[in-house]
Design a protein around this ligand. Structure first.
Ligand code: ARG
Ligand code: ZN
Length: 859
């Protein structure tokens, strides 16, 4: 069933308030709901209303106190239809559901002995009958009942207003004063430990902060708490947004489809995005917790107070909130490193999505399963579109525009256009053409050429967006290009007679030329800060890239120059036009400079010294031959390992810390050190194994322990098997650490890894019902092209996909995306994989089928 944006109709009835009673008993939970219905003045007059409901067993239905007999309603295909409704009515429904059997993890389900919910996007309909759409905002009052001993903690949105006991059971009633769509509903019943703190808002309101997790994880909540307080302060200072309830709760659950969920006043988090402890969590994990905690907190305004009219507008809240969390993380950490990390993620993950069979606009025009549209395009490209508006308006006007947006639409469900309208109104700019970023799919390609004639330097920009599925002709976009021109010494030259040294060109046409009064030879530093999400093509000479890498003050441009140098070298190896040793010798002097300056910012140095992935390299070569890619990658890494052996050795040994620190500087040093050790091992240095084993045996934190394990295992060094055994023994009780143990093994490059993956799927600790565990193996395999793209890899992957699909269609669909490069494979591999995928698709859930059909349909 296809849902289309153009078919949007306002709901016939609104639900002013909801009274829920959730009676949890072993095996069956009974949900009683009382809905206060009122005809929608904004909709065409109708006396018929439909309510969503999936898998609900009806015990009784009553309208205005009168019991409905079977002939008086229709409940089929997930819809309950009532006709002959008056202007206002009260609908009471009593239904039974079975949370214990819910492996799809949407609606009410059980996770590690506790009950919890996930309602976005359409989980609420698995709990009770309701118009499950974000433009119906209601006041919720929820009573949760359960066994006192086993579920001492009963939570829902808002504030607790009443509680009581009845024998072995107890109940708590929660009231949420803010009207909200049902996707923000949440409920938890369990036996959990709590870390409590408080926050006083800018206007003096006191908020209780409560973080809940299993008792054994109580010592892993401090970082999330600190992050939450930072986020609350930051949103006050940066956006003037204060928290609005007396309590803010986060509950950690181990079975969760996504990262986290912003339910009003009661966030529910995947344990991986909230628990953190230096002994069990890597530095990257710490940063992820900080950003996800902030993201969900920021949703309280961008998402909850102002929400989406329909799911086509998902990026209204997600793109904006990702932009907000990125800016927060930039303020908390190194802004330059943060930006490069964000761009790296976008370019290596969202770009391929936007260039493949799953490409869709940031505001899609249609979908079959909305769950499949929680994509990198909606989130990450959406964030870039907000970022462009931030830069177009400037910080001050942008703030005025967001003030207007929050003020005007508070308590409403609105559209992406409403957001841009505020930008337009405040700035007086015409954003008409800019809006194409929301409706046009695909990554624009910006080709730039330069010309020097006498005292004039000119740059010509040509933009073009390749066709995407269902959208063949593309219009020119507004593309802001921030740039500088660097002289031989790497200094920006004056771009005009006022002495301006950096400018932003706003491209609007397919082709535009700009001239600068510059007589000397320059290197253009283009798209600074990654000022627009485009592929930039410029025929840089190697010496120009070396200039950028050595001297550019813009972190993104330095990183991008390094990437270009690596890709050029790797491409020559893939096509058989180069020798790895020669390429390494050419790269060595520039990389040496980076290493010499590593003391300034170790994290940035690590980013500059990291090779592009095999996946990224593969995307540049059609038809795709994963073995050739793999071999080129291994060769260059090995050659660089040798050419800079002395440097890697000294970084591996000298960056050793004697005492644990968790600040950005220390994290950067660990990142660089792990990378150096990896190169040292790639170059087959005889000291690599010793250093790795020493580090593995006496680590200061998980980043060191896992970094050492990874080097041992990925380079098949002596001691690898023993280390894996010791690690598993040491961490068998820590699920998140064991996830890493699984994924380290599934990501070893090379064909033989398929066998280890098969064994991992049979391991007693593997569990098909835990999304984190499934991702740790299948996600890792999917990112490991030399193992994935084998007959055995395809067979294993497709079998696993079918198994996951039977339990959890949302997760299966997500993993199914790993097949998106099907059409790029060389023909033998493609034929084999296609047949297997077709076999899975024939029996797939609607979620998985939407993804596989798109992939199979593209050639
Ligand atoms: N709104 C959540 C977040 O980005 C994501 C929830 C997605 N849920 C889903 N079933 N796709 O913070
Ligand atoms: Zn979000």
């Amino acid at each position: 069933v296809t849902t289309r944006l153009s078919d949007y109709q306002p709901p016939a009835y609104l639900v002013d308030s909801v009274n829920l009673d959730v009676d949890i008993r072993d095996g069956v939970t009974t949900v009683t709901s009382e809905l206060a219905l009122r005809r929608n003045p904004e909709a065409a007059v109708s006396d018929t209303m439909s309510f969503n409901g999936e898998g609900l067993v009806i015990r009784s239905l009553a309208l205005d106190g009168k019991v409905l007999e079977e002939g008086e309603y229709r409940y089929e295909n997930g819809e309950l239809r009532l006709s002959g409704l008056p202007e206002q009515a009260t609908l009471i429904s009593v239904v039974d559901i079975e949370p214990e059997k819910n492996t799809a993890l949407e609606g009410l389900y059980m996770s590690n002995g506790m009950y919890c919910t996930q309602c976005e996007a359409q989980g609420f309909r698995h709990i009770t009958f309701f118009p499950d759409r974000p433009d119906v905002l209601s006041r919720f009052c929820t009573t949760v009942r359960a066994d006192k001993k086993r579920y001492p903690l009963l939570l829902s949105n808002g504030n607790p207003v009443e509680q009581g006991e009845e024998g072995e059971r107890h109940w708590v009633t929660w009231e949420d004063p803010f009207p909200k769509p049902c996707y923000l509903f949440a409920l938890v019943a369990g036996n959990l430990a709590c870390l409590e703190d408080r926050f006083v808002t800018a206007s003096g309101r006191e908020v209780a902060l409560r973080l809940y997790a299993e008792h054994r994880d109580l010592d892993k909540l401090d970082h999330a708490m600190a992050s939450l307080k930072h986020a609350m302060r930051w949103d006050e200072q940066t956006y003037g947004r204060e928290y609005d309830l007396d309590i803010y709760m986060i509950v950690a659950v181990s079975h969760f489809n996504m990262g986290a969920m912003e339910n009003k006043g009661l966030n529910i988090f995947n344990t991986s995005c909230v628990l953190a402890h230096p002994a069990t969590t890597t530095d990257a994990g710490f940063q992820r917790v900080e950003s996800v905690v902030a993201h969900e907190y920021f949703h309280n305004w961008s998402g909850n107070r102002v929400t989406c009219r329909d799911w086509f507008q998902l990026s209204l809240k997600e793109g904006f909130t990702v932009f907000r969390d990125q800016m927060f993380s930039a303020d908390m950490n190194s802004a330059a490193v943060q930006r490069v990390n964000d761009v790296d993620f976008l370019v290596n993950h969202q770009f391929p999505e936007d260039q493949g069979p799953m490409a869709h606009p940031v505001r899609p025009a249609e979908y079959q399963k909305i769950d499949n549209f929680y994509t990198l395009t909606i989130y990450e490209k959406g964030a870039e579109i907000v970022r462009m508006q931030y830069h177009l308006l400037g910080a001050e006007s942008f703030r005025k525009a967001t003030d207007l947006y929050f003020d005007r639409f508070d308590g409403q469900a609105v559209t992406c256009d409403d957001f841009v309208d505020c930008m337009e109104e405040v700035s007086g700019m015409d954003m008409g053409q800019f809006r194409r970023w929301y409706s046009q799919a695909g990554t624009p390609i910006l080709s730039v050429t330069s010309e020097q004639s006498g005292d004039t330097y000119s740059l010509t920009f040509r933009q073009q967006t390749p066709p995407t599925p269902g959208q063949s002709d593309k219009q020119p976009l507004v593309i802001p290009v921030r740039l500088a021109l660097l002289d031989k010494a790497g200094e920006p030259v004056a771009l005009d007679d006022t002495g301006l040294r950096e400018t932003v060109l706003i491209l609007r046409e397919q082709e535009q030329t700009f001239q600068f009064p510059v007589g000397q030879t320059v290197t253009p530093s283009l798209l600074r800060g990654f000022s627009a999400p485009v592929v930039l093509e410029f025929d840089y000479r190697a010496d120009q890239l070396a200039t950028l890498l050595a001297h550019d003050t813009d972190g993104y441009c330095r990183w991008s120059a390094a990437q270009r140098l690596y890709f050029a070298a790797l491409d020559r190896l893939v096509t058989g036009h180069g020798k790895a040793e020669d390429e390494a010798l050419k790269l060595a002097p520039v990389l040496e400079q980076v290493i010499e300056r590593a003391g300034e910012d170790a994290a940035q140095a690590a980013l500059l010294l990291t090779l592009p992935t095999e996946v990224a390299l593969g995307d540049r070569h059609t038809p795709l031959d994963p073995s050739a890619i793999h071999s080129a990658h291994q060769q260059l890494k090995r050659a660089l390992g040798r050419a800079l052996q002395a440097q890697w050795l000294s970084l591996s040994e000298n960056l050793l810390a004697t005492e644990l620190q968790m600040d950005g500087v220390a994290m950067g040093r660990r990142q660089l050190r792990n990378l150096a050790l990896d190169y040292l091992a790639a170059g087959e240095h005889k000291e690599a194994a010793r250093i790795a084993v020493e580090l593995f045996e006496l680590p200061l934190c998980m980043t060191e322990e896992l970094g050492a394990l990874r080097v041992l295992v990925h380079h098949r060094l002596p001691g690898a098997e023993l280390a894996l055994k010791q690690f598993a023994e040491k961490w068998k009780e820590e699920a998140l650490v064991m996830d890493q143990w699984f994924s380290v093994q599934a990501s070893v490059p090379g064909e033989t890894t398929v066998e280890s993956v098969a064994a991992l799927l049979e391991h007693p600790a593997f569990d098909w019902k835990v999304p984190n565990r499934v991702r740790s193996v299948l996600g890792a395999l999917a990112g490991n092209p030399s193992a994935f793209n084998t007959d055995e890899g395809y067979a294993l992957f497709t079998r696993a996909l079918a198994t996951v699909d039977a339990l959890n269609p949302q997760i299966a669909a997500r993993i199914g995306n790993a097949a998106a490069r099907l059409h790029k494979l060389e023909s033998g591999r493609q034929r084999a994989f296609r047949t297997l995928l077709q076999g899975v698709n024939d029996k797939a859930s609607p979620n998985l089928s939407e993804v596989l059909s798109r992939i199979l349909g593209s050639r």
